[in-house]
Every structure is written in C-alpha cells, then in structure tokens.
Design a binder for this molecule. Structure first.
Ligand SMILES: NC(=O)C1=CN([C@@H]2O[C@H](COP(=O)(O)OP(=O)(O)OC[C@H]3O[C@@H](n4cnc5c(N)ncnc54)[C@H](O)[C@@H]3O)[C@@H](O)[C@H]2O)[C@H](O)CC1
Length: 547
C-alpha cells in the first residue's frame, strides 16, 4: 500500500532534520537536498519533452515561504546545467534570501511581477514554488494569471512538494491551482498526492533523510496494482464454486433491466464462484449469462456469502421490503443506487443490518444520505458520515465514487484514482457493484472457513474492486477492436497503468479550454458500461501480471 500523511505528521518528521541542519551552521542543507531532487526530475522532464537540458528555458514562480526557497535552489542547479533560468518573485520582500542569492550567483535572472508587463515568456518548463505545505486556499492574483497563461501556452508545470492551490490535507483542488505534469515531493507522500492525484501528475518522492512516521487515523492508503493482482481471487486446486464465494444480487426492474444484466455479468466476470439473481430481469440476465442462478424472491434465494442490492432496483414498497429482507439475512451487503435512495428516505432500514454494510454513493447520492456535505473536504465529510453510522451501531463502510474514489470504514481511508475518467459513463456503477459484490463474497467465504470470528476488511476489498474497475475502463478505452461487432481482443494493453506514472489526463491541453483544465484522456475513445464490462477479464489478467 502507498501511504500518505497529514501536514502535521510531515512537519514532525522533518523537525529533527531541520534542527540538526540549524545546529550544523548550514540551515539550508535539507532544502538544498530537496532542491537537488527537484532539479534532477525537472531535467529528466526537459529531456523527455525537448530532448535535452542545456540551453532550455526554465521559469520559476516563487512565493514567500520555504517552498519558494526550494524552487530558487533548484533553479540554481538547473542554471549550472546550462538552462536559462528566470525567477518571478511574487513577494520580493519575503522571498527566501539565501535561495535567491544562490540563484543570482549561478546567473539566474530575477523579476518582480510588476516588471513583467505584458511579457509572456514561454519557457520549456515552469516550476511552481508558490506554496507548499503552508498553502491555504486558491492561487491568488497575480499567480493565478501567470499559471493560466503558461498552462494555456502548453508549458508543463513541475510542482515543488505539491501543486499550489491544492490543499495538502483535504486534497481540495481550488478553482485556481497549478495543473502539474510532475510533482516532486520530499521523503513522504502528503495526503493530497493520493486525494488529488489527477492534478499532481506523476509524483516523484526524493529521499531527504526522513524516517518513516507513525501511521494514524489520518493516514491515507492506496493499493498498488500489483498487490491487487496478487490478492485477486482465482480458483485453486481445492476450490469449487461455493468455496470461492457466492454473491446474490437484487437489481434491475421493468424500467431498468440493463442494471441487472450489467451487475450480474460483472460479478460473473470478476470471480469464478457463483452468482444468484433476484428481480424482474431474470430473462435478460439469463440471456446474457446463462450461468446465473435466478430465484423468485429474496426469501427463496439459496445461501450466499454476500449480497448486492439496489442497481436499477426501484424505490417503491417492494424494493424497500427487499432491502429489509436482505439485511435481515445477516450477510455482508453492498447497497448501491436505488437502495441508497431508499436508505436516505428511510434511515431506519439500516437498523436491520446485523452484518457489515458497504454503501457506494456517488456525490449526488451522498448528498441524499447526508442532507448535504462539505465538498471542500471530501475525506472529512466521508469520515464524519461513517462515524455517525457507527455511533448508531451500524458496521458501515462507505465508498464515495469519483475519478478519485474514497473508501472509509471509520478507521482507514483508501483513495483510488482510476487513472482516467473513461469510467464516467452510464451503467458503470452497476458494473462496479457486481465486481465489488463478487469480491465481498470471496473474502467472506475465505473468512468464514478460515477465521469466522475475525472482522472482514470490506474497505480493502472495495479498494481492490475499484482498482480493477478503473483498469478495465482504461483497457476498454484503449483496446477497442475497430472491426464492426469486434470485441476487446485487440493487441497491447498488457501494462497496467502506473498511477504515479502514465497519466494522460494530467496533461493540459489549451485546445480544451486551457486554464489548467485537464485534457480529456489522451489517446483512446469513449466507452459504454458494456465495453468496460467486456474488459474485466483482461483487467484481472493485467493486474495479476503486473509487477
Ligand atoms: N525548510 C526546509 O529545509 C525544507 C522545506 N521544504 C519546503 O518548505 C515548504 C513549507 O514551507 P513553509 O514556509 O512552511 O510554507 P510555504 O512555502 O508552503 O508557504 C508559506 C507562505 O505562503 C503564504 N500563503 C499561504 N497560502 C497562500 C496562497 N494561497 N497564495 C499565496 N500565498 C500563500 C503564507 O502566508 C506563508 O507566508 C514545503 O512544502 C517544502 O516545499 C522541504 O520540505 C525541504 C526542507
């Protein structure tokens, strides 16, 4: 798992290093170490983009704090490597004076913002040293104007520590922010690197000598794709359809038969166990997936290790009664879509739950559940909601969907960046419910046979399912078979997206509105939920073979 920490933990980890630097008589030794890393990775980006480093133009946007100091020292290193370096000082009276002197000595040019006039320099790369850990709120004028201008001109931004205009702890991306192609941070990931990963670009961590800090309730986790692949359930020599987990799905309605097909088909594709179905969509479900076992009612469904309720299932009296009946069966249950609407209007429903529940709202459904939430603090709003449920005695985990999906069980927050936004399509949530339900059934089956008294790690299972879903969307968007009626059996796609590496969406495309707006997802083409579904087996294979 990748781990990311809150600002106070980072500051505490840095404190002994900074104190030692102070007593050594070289107070900037740690800062120069950090800056050397910034310069190294900026040079690599320059080489990638322009084929070299010598003679390339670098612009530094420098704020009042130590983040600006890092940028100035990095500028001095790049100058020594032959770059032309221009530093724009946003607050000349408070600039880091030793960093500034170092850049001057190296031959960098220094500008006050007011001296820039209408000059619009177009460097090969721009370094964001406006604010780091001490940043609060949006980029202010005139930094916002400079950032927008360069982003519109297609200049890649390197963020020092984290992109300015992004809150280090909540990951809130303010309207005016730096859309980074690359973020170079120091020693430890900050929460924003996982919570706001689409605007961080590729994240590089430079070793500056920090020790591992303690983990705590504010630590944010993100699974490595290779770990998800290692954990993904596949049948072993002693397995049969029951040992791998049976998931039962109550989904679909006269109005939304497709939800039943997408959800059950995704569950079938995600694991080799068994899928049961209850609802009005038995005919289309069986037409798509004859291996699904259909039942006339919740009461008549056979044994299942986990249940999924809600996709397209309706919000009427019958649907509500079925939610109640499923929860009363005492198995781990995923509640999605219409089931969340029912829970929002009848919160008492969750009292029937005698086993862990996983709620999977998108932002609008979370609005309904909470009566309105603080969008400036996604992880905080989620943690507070889960805490409220747990205070009511409900063993709940909540998965808040988005390009960056957050999962919280009251103690641990997982953050999963899909790596692209291709999955933002109708029916994609139904597929996610099916995948997640199958995985829940598997972990419950394993738990029941190995250690029935232990707690289920539903949050980690959900994070794994979201990782797979994102990978399936990426593969679907990139592997469309151009033949009429073709499938997803096209070549390539074996390499799993490294979510701190390949990130086409982090690039800025002036043609798509500029102003730091992330470009639509680079190469690839829009997909529907059926395309995503068809790519699930390839995504499982890709995750299982990733290193
Ligand atoms: N000291 C070292 O050896 C190391 C420092 N590192 C870097 O230091 C920053 C943290 O520096 P700090 O001075 O505490 O904070 P900032 O530079 O982030 O900014 C503080 C400064 O900015 C003003 N401010 C806050 N919000 C805004 C805003 N939205 N717009 C404009 N100005 C704003 C605030 O008033 C303060 O004056 C850390 O991130 C590293 O980059 C390294 O850790 C290496 C060791």
């Amino acid at each position: 798992m990748r781990r990311a920490h809150p600002v106070e933990v980072i500051r505490a980890a840095e404190a002994p290093l900074l104190a030692a630097a102070e007593t050594s008589g070289d107070p900037d030794v740690v800062m120069r170490r950090a800056a050397a890393g910034v310069a190294h990775h900026t040079a690599a980006l320059l080489r990638e983009r322009t084929g070299g480093v010598y003679g390339r133009a670098v612009e530094l946007l420098v704020g009042a704090g130590d983040n600006g100091g890092d940028a100035l020292y990095a500028g001095a290193v790049l100058r020594a490597r032959g770059c032309r370096v221009d530093a724009v000082l946003l607050d000349p009276d408070r600039v880091h004076s030793r960093g500034l002197a170092a850049l001057r000595r190296a031959g960098g040019r220094i500008h006050r913002v007011e001296d820039l006039g209408s000059r619009v320099p177009v460097p090969d790369v721009a370094i964001d040293g406006v604010v780091g850990l001490g940043g609060r709120g949006s980029l202010r004028a005139p930094a916002d104007r400079i950032v927008t201008g360069l982003a519109e001109a297609g200049v890649p931004w390197v963020a020092v520590d984290l992109p300015s205009g992004v809150d280090a702890d909540t990951g809130t991306v303010h309207d005016a922010h730096v859309p980074a192609t690359l973020t170079v941070t120091f020693g430890l990931l900050r929460r924003a690197h996982l919570l706001a990963s689409p605007v961080c670009g590729r994240v590089e961590v430079v070793d500056i000598g920090l020790s591992d800090p303690p983990i705590g309730p504010e630590t944010v986790y993100a699974p490595y794709p290779a770990d998800v692949g290692r954990r993904w359930p596949v049948p072993g020599p002693a397995d049969d359809k029951y040992t791998q987990g049976v998931v039962a799905i109550r989904a679909g309605s006269e109005r939304f038969p497709g939800a039943a097909v997408l959800c059950t088909s995704a569950a079938v594709a995600a694991s080799s166990g068994m899928v049961r179905y209850v609802g009005s969509g038995a005919d289309p479900v069986l037409a798509a997936r004859p291996e699904v076992v259909c039942h006339p009612s919740v009461a008549e469904a056979g044994k299942a290790q986990a249940w999924v309720v809600g996709p397209g299932a309706g919000t009427g009296a019958e649907a509500i009664a079925d939610i109640d009946a499923v929860l009363a069966r005492g198995r781990p249950t995923l509640l999605d879509a219409d089931a969340l609407t029912c829970v929002a209007s009848h919160p008492v429903l969750l009292r029937s739950a005698t086993a862990p529940v996983l709620l999977t709202p998108h932002g609008g459904e979370f609005d309904r559940l909470t009566g309105g939430w603080d969008r400036a603090d996604r992880p905080g709003a989620l943690r507070r909601y889960v805490a409220g449920l747990r205070e009511r005695g409900i063993e709940a985990t909540v998965l808040l969907k988005g390009r960056v999906t957050l999962i919280d069980d009251g103690e641990t927050t997982y953050s999963v960046d899909a790596g692209s936004s291709w999955a933002a399509t109708a029916g994609s949530g139904d597929v996610l419910s099916g995948i997640t339900g199958a995985l829940m059934a598997h972990v419950a089956a394993v738990r029941d046979s190995a250690a029935p008294d232990t707690q289920l790690n539903l949050a980690r299972a959900a994070a794994d399912a979201v990782t797979l879903h994102g990978e399936a969307a990426r593969l679907a968007a990139h592997r469309r078979d151009p033949r009429p009626g073709g499938s997803h059996a096209g070549p390539g796609g074996g390499r799993v997206a490294n979510h701190t590496g390949e990130r086409p969406g982090a690039d800025v495309d002036a043609a798509h509105g500029g102003g730091g707006r992330p470009r639509a997802e680079g190469p690839g083409a829009p997909i529907g939920a059926s395309d995503l579904l068809a790519a699930v087996p390839a995504a499982v294979a890709a995750l299982r073979s990733s290193r």
